[in-house]
Design a protein around this ligand. Structure first.
Ligand SMILES: *Cc1c(COP(=O)(O)O)cnc(C)c1O
Length: 380
């Protein structure tokens, strides 16, 4: 037997309460049985997104939310400004191209966060830019971009919406949608929402709905206006992923019971413990200045293969972390601390990394990272 530990940045572990709720017999989505589920999800998503606006939930992975954030708010020929600082940042231009939308990319070195003044300079120079697209947490590099400062730039520009891929940030860190003036806020079920993959949730501001009314890109299934009109009547446009909605209602209830501030504080502490833990074992965090509280990318020590470490963690200890993608393949490994994650997930992660690396010949004293993580984790 080998006990399995899922410590990857999506899918993340699903709490037993949620699994139990989802194991009940299926109910009909047009019957009165489903109405309370829709009502709870509507109410609690507004709470989580910190918005008065309707949050739209569609069946699809996070990328469906990213795609909808272009197809519903842009017209062919429109221009967007996209921050590309990793594997997910590069996706904006790929989606935009598929819809005939032109992308101006701000390329950011992997491991760094975007220089916000560059965004302002682009918008000052070219006010025809219809949207700024950015990740709140770039999962491939473990870097957080400064959404608050970017929102200060876009907030007063009626022609430009701010679209934030918060798929590994919402429910991790504070992103008050209405207060900051974020126009589109996107998350996916398999990250901090503690659910299996299969749902994307998209918050849409009043300003973004104005853009939507003029946007001419092709769309059919991912038509957010149609979904919104249905939600207002406590129903869905198409057959919703009933089981996942029931799971979502349950996980949102768990988050409400914990409280938003506590959810953020927990993630912040677990992230700090992870960073201190790997540093205590002589390793280096990949993020230069703005590490994400959802996932920590760690540089493999000189002469050691991060990919081999990832494989050894799985083979020897049943720990599924994540390796590096593209240019980071073999160079980093990534540890998630988002969603259904707590003290001993961090201890497991740091301890597993120590043991696997030690066996690979990295002779740093065992327990030195765990001790540093514990020192953070025992703080009140
Ligand atoms: C996981 C993730 C996505 C969505 O990926 P899917 O595989 O489509 O769910 C998008 N952006 C970020 C930052 C992510 O971490």
């Amino acid at each position: 037997m080998k006990k399995q530990y899922l410590l990857a940045p999506g899918p993340t572990p699903v709490p037993p309460e949620v699994l139990l709720a989802m194991s009940r017999p299926i109910i009909h989505h047009r019957s009165p049985d489903f109405i309370p589920v829709i009502q709870d999800v509507r109410k609690d998503l507004k709470w989580l997104f910190q918005t008065e606006q309707e949050v739209i939930t569609v069946a699809g992975s996070g990328t469906a939310g990213m795609e909808a954030s272009i197809s519903n708010f842009m017209s062919p020929g429109d221009k967007i400004l996209a921050v590309n600082g990793g594997k997910f940042g590069e996706r904006w231009a790929k989606i935009a191209t598929a819809f005939g939308v032109t992308t101006i990319e701000i390329k950011v070195n992997w491991g760094e966060s975007v220089n916000v003044s560059e965004i302002k300079a682009h918008l000052d120079k070219d006010p025809s830019i219809r949207g700024v697209y950015v990740q709140a947490s770039e999962t491939s590099t473990g870097v957080a971009h400064d959404v608050k400062s970017i929102a200060e730039i876009t907030k007063t520009r009626e022609n430009t919406i701010l679209v934030v891929d918060a798929i590994t940030a919402l429910g991790v860190t504070n992103l008050p949608m209405d207060l900051w003036g974020i126009d589109i806020l996107i998350t996916g079920s398999q990250k901090a929402l503690m659910l299996p993959p299969g749902l994307a949730c998209i918050g849409v501001s009043e300003k973004a709905w104005k853009h939507q009314s003029q946007a001419k890109c092709s769309r059919f299934y991912l038509d957010l206006k149609r979904e919104k009109d249905n939600l207002l009547k406590d129903t869905n446009a198409w057959t919703p992923a009933v089981t996942l909605w029931i799971g979502l209602a349950t996980s949102l209830k768990m988050m409400r019971e914990e409280g938003l501030e506590n959810v953020f504080a927990r993630h912040s502490k677990l992230a700090r413990a992870t960073r201190e833990g790997v540093k205590g074992f002589g390793l280096e965090v990949f993020a230069k200045n703005a590490p994400s509280d959802a996932v920590t990318a760690v540089l493999a020590p000189e002469g050691f293969d991060g990919e081999a470490l990832y494989k050894n963690l799985r083979k020897q200890y049943g720990i599924t972390a994540a390796g590096g993608q593209d240019q980071l393949k073999g160079k980093v490994f990534r540890l998630s601390h988002m969603g259904y994650s707590d003290t001993f997930d961090i201890i497991t992660a740091i301890s597993g990394v120590e043991m696997a690396l030690y066996r690979m010949g990295y002779k740093h004293p065992l327990g030195s990272g765990v001790a540093k993580a514990q020192a953070v984790l025992i703080e009140d």
